[in-house]
Design a protein around this ligand. Sequence first.
Ligand code: PBG
Length: 307
Amino acid sequence: MVKDVSIDRNNLIQPIFITEKTEKPIPIKSMPNIFRFSPELAVNEAKELFSLGIQTIALFPDTPKNKRSENAKESYNENGLIQQTIKRIKDALPNMTIMADVALDPYTTHGHDGLLGKKGEVLNDQTIDVLTLQAISLAYSGADIIAPSDMMDGRIGIIRKALETNNFNNKIILSYCVKYASSFYAPFREGVNSASTLKNKDKKTYQMDFRNTQEAIIEAELDISEGADVLMVKPGLPYLDVINQLSQKFNHPIAAYHTSGEYSMQKKAIDLGFVSHETIEEVLVAFRRSGAKIVVSYFSKEFVEKN
Ligand code: PBG
């Protein structure tokens, strides 16, 4: 009765990886108990989640190799893997809320979130043109939450405007607003097969330096002024201070991304019996205590199943 915060099904988003064709879910080696689903299998998974009370999912594609390109044009293919999956899930479960990632890394042959110039530099403004096409195609497929995770400057305002122009007045923009260049993303990159395309390059020219907090405030102010509805901080646990600062300073809802690397470390320790599964609630509640309303976590399903 007197506890300050708690974590509930309504606060949680479960990420789901999608792959082209498979009879059975394909395990991701560096993420115990997390799988890639075909669009068809993803519908079953979504139904299971919905019946457990999880009403929001986030979709990420393992784009087939032959559909990756320099210009990432598969990202806005209306029959692309994610677009197809959104339609199928919405047909089966109209009340499931679907969040769709806007970024080019699973679609490019070089693994970057943007287009590259001659010297290998990421081209901010040209990238935004493609991201906008992607956002619109995701909106047409039925995505409820458009979630740019690319970290280009100025994309929120341009995407918001394009959504309005296309009569998508009710879409939510959840901005990956404060996203650090982090080594915790490695298992995710196995999941979408961008580790092999990115090779040993990093994303430090567009994702944030983990030593910075002042910059987080600037990023938040910009995205709010451009029309974001929800602000995301990523990774999660090592950045609770940043979540807390933003939640104190701004009235927009804050989301936390409990990333793949954080998941895998903890999940492996649970599987080995070094710590119990009770640590899951402890961590999820920590996000709520720090001020996050929403938590994106690969533990969402397991938490709800066990509580
Ligand atoms: C792609 C994207 C990434 C994640 C979400 N969207 C990886 C990256 O920026 O390289 C990471 C998620 C995770 O680690 O769980 N732009």
